[in-house]
Design a protein around this ligand. Structure first.
Ligand SMILES: [Zn+2]
Length: 66
């Protein structure tokens, strides 16, 4: 467990409950678990997005919900 809260995160992995970090690729944004490395599509976790995460994602103006 890290003590310092990372500004970038946020949500927890459904598999291992480690933190998901926003992973920005060229035209896509994924949430990747910093623990097990599982990548979530935005739409997979959209229903569970908390406000902080939503706001962060909102900064990526060209988010593609694929
Ligand atoms: Zn995980």
């Amino acid at each position: 467990m890290k003590e310092n809260e990372e500004k970038t995160l946020i949500m927890k992995c459904r598999k291992c409950e480690d933190k998901l970090e926003v992973l920005r690729q060229c035209k896509k944004v994924r949430l990747r678990c910093s623990g097990c490395g599982h990548e979530y599509h935005i739409h997979e976790v959209a229903a569970d997005l908390d406000k902080e995460t939503e706001e962060q994602l909102a900064r990526y103006t060209a988010i593609i919900y694929d």
